[in-house]
Structure formats: structure tokens, C-alpha cells
Unconditional design. Structure first.
Length: 369
């Protein structure tokens, strides 16, 4: 079996799963379309559909993949030596070429997730709309770049408002990652802003939380973790703030209620997905609120919490079975290696890739291929 992981440099989940797949005898390779115009050599011939490309290890391979796992790939960044017009043209051509080849491959190769599913999942507004249709409770939401609309939204109901981005934004400064987190926004925060803001953002009414849930679905198989975000000052608004501080966020494995699990599965089917990570709020009144889903959200980090089975192993089995139903027996031996111990080699590779791709990684880039 041959598996291509279309991803970005220094992605810990992608590196860990590539290593584990190879341990299982699978011919697995990470590739970076973000390196088109830099280190990525790419050829695709028709009608035989022969694919030749450069791997993350800088090896040229000729491959006919059985599975293509789209793991948060980034689009190409043009060479910095190009002038503005040439850079725009090169960027457009490389993005279009990558899209064209992936579309061609999708006719004969199993994608996880499918291209149409990924396209739908990128829409946070469509997620909320579909979730509401499936009787999920969702936050009251405004999407705008109009200052007066934001102020009116803040004043209405006198409930705090949270501002969030459509996709994760990370700045890279001095080889350090600085994420942009969801945050409470007030009228005072907007005093110096123009009437028409530079960017469109998501604004949602804050919902009281007892705790949050991150639930990974691999087909119908699910692993859900209760995250005690409200006991940590940094995690009250955005759990990622607390997760960034080692051992500061408590969590444990839980079983989702049957109705909620079915809603999640139905939402994935509605969006054309076979895997996704769900972010949910549980209120003090035990009401479940849908925040969003990520079609390839971070998941291996959940293994640090109590009683969580080996997610790395489960994800590999899911890929090997081409996204179909699979049997997974969680490892219960406390001395057995876990995803977090297996991830240490991946951290070393990621560090080296950050060094190798610093010039490209320095771009603020929330856009995925």
C-alpha cells in the first residue's frame, strides 16, 4: 500500500503518522506543495497519470498512491526574488496546478477527506448552518468587517462577545510560533478602528462553560476528551492558550451521549467527511453547544489525558483501511509506548524542518491548499 500525506513542513501529527505507518510496513511519504517554486519537483503525465514528486526527505519518488491524506497543506509561497506581478502569477499558476493534479488523482485515488468535503468544511458558516439543521445548539454569530455592526452586536443582550478567525493564524518570529487566539472584544477595543475594518472576522456571543470537549471521529469510531478549560485562567475563552502551557489543562476520556454522537456522524455525512475533530461546549446546565469542526484538526495531543487510547495507532488503522470501518482495540498496557512517546522522533524532525523552511514558514499563512 502507498500513502501520500499532503501536508506542510513541521506538522507533528503528519510526521508521527508517517513514522508509524512505515513501522507497519506501509510505503508512506509526506509531500509539501508549499515548496513548489523552491525544493518541490513535480511531474504529472497523462493519460497514464504517472506522478513524480519530491518527498519531505528530499527524495524523488514515482508513485501511484492508494490513499492521499490531506493533512492541512499550505499553498505555495512564491520566491522572494520575484517582483510583485511575477510573484502573483507564479503563485496563481502553482496553486492552480496543484488543484488540477489533485482533482485528477481524486478520480482513481481515495482521498481522506474528499476534495468536495474539504471545501465544505472550510466554511465555518456552513458548518454552523448544517449543525443547526441537525438540532445542535450553536452560538449567536455575526460575520462582518463593519464596525457599527460589531458595536450593535456587543450592545445587544449585554452578553460578552468573542472574536475569532476563520482559520488558525500563526506568526513566526525568531523561529518561534505566535498563534492568534479567540478573545473577548469590547466597544473600547474598537475606539481606534476605522468604520470599515481591514478583515472580515467571526463574532459570537460568549456561552457559559462547565467544560469543553474535543472529539475525534474516524468514521463512526470516536474518541472524546473532556477538557477542564474553566479551571485555568488562560483557557476560559480559548482552550488553545492553556494547551500551549505544558500540563496546565486537565482532561480525561469520556463517552459521548448516543444522540450527540449520532449528530456528529450525521454532520460529517452532510458535509461529505469521513473524519473530523469536533469542538463542543458543555454548559453548567449540561447543554451541548457546537462550536466548529476541523476536518483534520490536531488530535495526537489528546493522548496526554487520562485513559485516552492510542490515537496514533487508531488513525493509522483508519488510513490503512482507506477510511472504511475498522476494528481497533485500544492499548491498555501502561508500559506500552503511546503516541506521545512515539512523537518524540517527530519533534526532532519538525525542529529540523523549521530550520530548513524558515524563509517560507515566516509568512503569516492561514490559507490551506
Amino acid at each position: 500500500m502507498q500513502i501520500i500525506i499532503v501536508t506542510a513542513p513541521a506538522d507533528i501529527d503528519a510526521i508521527s503518522i508517517e513514522i508509524q505507518l512505515r513501522n507497519k510496513g506501509i510505503d508512506a511519504h509526506r509531500i509539501f506543495f508549499s515548496e513548489l517554486g523552491h525544493t518541490q519537483r513535480l511531474s504529472f503525465t497523462l493519460p497514464k497519470k504517472k506522478l513524480s514528486l519530491t518527498t519531505a526527505e528530499n527524495k524523488q519518488i514515482h508513485i501511484e498512491p492508494d490513499i492521499i491524506w490531506m493533512r492541512r497543506p499550505r499553498p505555495p509561497n512564491p520566491n522572494s526574488n520575484l517582483n510583485a506581478q511575477d510573484a502573483a502569477a507564479v503563485h496563481a499558476e502553482n496553486v492552480n496546478a496543484a488543484h488540477a493534479i489533485l482533482q485528477s488523482l481524486s478520480k482513481t485515488t481515495r482521498f481522506i477527506n474528499t476534495i468536495p468535503g474539504r471545501d465544505q468544511a472550510r466554511s465555518k458558516t456552513l458548518q454552523l448552518e448544517y449543525a443547526s439543521e441537525l438540532n445542535f445548539a450553536i452560538p449567536d454569530t455575526l460575520v462582518t468587517n463593519c464596525k457599527d455592526h460589531i458595536i450593535n452586536f456587543i450592545k445587544r443582550d449585554q452578553v460578552p462577545v468573542i472574536m475569532k478567525t476563520f482559520a488558525p493564524i500563526r506568526y513566526y518570529e525568531n523561529k518561534r510560533v505566535k498563534p492568534v487566539y479567540a478573545t473577548i472584544i469590547t466597544e473600547e477595543n474598537l475606539d481606534e478602528e476605522p468604520e470599515l475594518l481591514d478583515q472580515v472576522s467571526i463574532f459570537q456571543k460568549a456561552i457559559p462553560k462547565a467544560y469543553e470537549i474535543r472529539a475525534l471521529f474516524l468514521g463512526n469510531y470516536s474518541i472524546a476528551v473532556k477538557l477542564d478549560t474553566q479551571s485555568h485562567a488562560m483557557g476560559k475563552v480559548d482552550s488553545r492558550r492553556a494547551m500551549a502551557v505544558e500540563n496546565e489543562l486537565d482532561g480525561q476520556l469520556i463517552e459521548l451521549p448516543g444522540i450527540l454522537k449520532n449528530q456528529c456522524i450525521q454532520l460529517m455525512k452532510k458535509m461529505g467527511l469521513v473524519t473530523a475533530s469536533f469542538d463542543l461546549i458543555v454548559t453548567p446546565n449540561n447543554e451541548y453547544i457546537f462550536l466548529e469542526l476541523n476536518e483534520t484538526g490536531q488530535c495526537i495531543f489528546l493522548e496526554q489525558y487520562r485513559n485516552v487510547p492510542n490515537i496514533l495507532e487508531a488513525y493509522c488503522e483508519f488510513l490503512i483501511h482507506q477510511g472504511n470501518a475498522f476494528k481497533f482495540m485500544p492499548i491498555i498496557d501502561p508500559l506500552a509506548p503511546t503516541g506521545l512517546s512515539l512523537v518524540e522522533p517527530a519533534r526532532k524532525i519538525a525542529k529540523q524542518e523549521m530550520e530548513n523552511y524558515t524563509s517560507r514558514a515566516s509568512h503569516v499563512n492561514a490559507v490551506r491548499l
